[in-house]
Design a protein around this ligand. Structure first.
Ligand SMILES: Nc1ncnc2c1ncn2[C@@H]1O[C@H](COP(=O)(O)OP(=O)(O)OP(=O)(O)O)[C@@H](O)[C@H]1O
Length: 275
């Protein structure tokens, strides 16, 4: 069950964008897609939505119906000349299960007018209209490119609640984002695109984030070789290490003091993988 991508590669204008990508999106899950600017996140979404074709590989959908995927390519140009009512007329054509009531209820809950031209809404409000369209579309797979961009904290909270409702219905969401902190509280799985390849970020990886005070003048070279120092303030260090290194640090309690283990975030992994 789900949406499966197998061995997908894509070249655009001679540039290898994606190489042998394998990914599956299970029913009722939220998947995060991260990577540096230009890594290929939007390209992957366009492939999933059937807007462009892979050079090699397969994209398989359990229902075999591409209308089960909701994706709006360029938000800036999307239906901006319409208002919500006329946009709903267009969306109904594309998504056979589009539910106008759900669409208008979401807009009303956020005080967004049905008759105002979409172009005249703020950036964050337009994002919300896109999300409302996705939820109301009835599509099983919702692909959102930077949906957290420009949302204030209250709208973000509302967005998260909407996503949880979507997931409870057995539908799935893919979010491409640079907002790694928000992803931690949202995504069941996170995939990183790096050098045109995709890697799932293991939540239970061997990496540990620690904060400690080092009493010596300079961190020893054997630690520098294996640790990633995220931050240094005076003698206080924030670092990523493996469990094995942690054991050595704990055994040297005279020079390493106040060692505190902190939660590893997606942002930490991102920094580690891409440095
Ligand atoms: N139509 C196109 N013509 C030429 N190059 C393209 C085209 N579409 C994408 N690319 C290139 O493919 C690469 C990946 O672009 P893509 O938009 O998928 O990246 P992204 O990860 O979404 O980036 P960002 O985080 O900046 O939005 C970039 O180098 C981009 O220039």
């Amino acid at each position: 069950m789900g949406l499966q991508i197998e061995n997908v590669s894509k070249t655009i204008n001679g540039q290898q964008i994606l190489t042998q990508v394998d990914l599956d999106i299970q029913a009722g899950s939220i998947v995060g897609l991260v990577g540096r600017n230009g890594a290929g996140k939007t390209t992957l979404m366009r492939l999933l939505a059937g807007e462009i074709q892979p050079d090699t590989g397969d994209i398989r959908l359990d229902s075999a119906d591409l209308n089960d995927i909701f994706y709006l390519d360029t938000l800036a140009n999307w239906l901006t000349g319409y208002n919500a009512r006329t946009a709903a007329d267009v969306l109904e054509i594309f998504y056979v299960n589009f539910d106008r009531q759900v669409f208008f209820d979401i807009l009303a809950s956020q005080d967004l007018s049905e008759t105002k031209t979409i172009a005249s809404f703020s950036k964050g409000q337009r994002v919300l209209i896109e999300v409302a369209a996705g939820v109301a579309s009835g599509a099983i797979y919702l692909l959102f490119d930077e949906p957290l961009d420009g949302l204030d904290v209250f709208v973000k909270d509302y967005f998260k609640r909407l996503l949880l409702e979507v997931v409870e219905q057995g539908r799935s969401v893919m979010i491409a984002t640079h907002n790694l902190t928000e992803l931690d509280s949202l995504a069941d799985r996170v995939f990183l695109i790096k050098d045109s390849e995709i890697v799932e970020q293991e939540k239970d990886s061997d990496i540990v984030k620690i904060q400690f005070v080092y009493e010596g003048d300079q961190l020893p070279s054997n630690l520098l070789e294996v640790a990633i120092i995220l931050e240094q303030r005076g003698r206080v260090y924030l670092a990523l290490v493996t469990h094995g290194v942690l054991d050595c640090i704990f055994s040297d309690y005279l020079t390493y003091k106040f060692v505190e283990i902190l939660q590893v975030t997606t942002e930490d992994i991102f920094r580690k993988e891409l440095r």
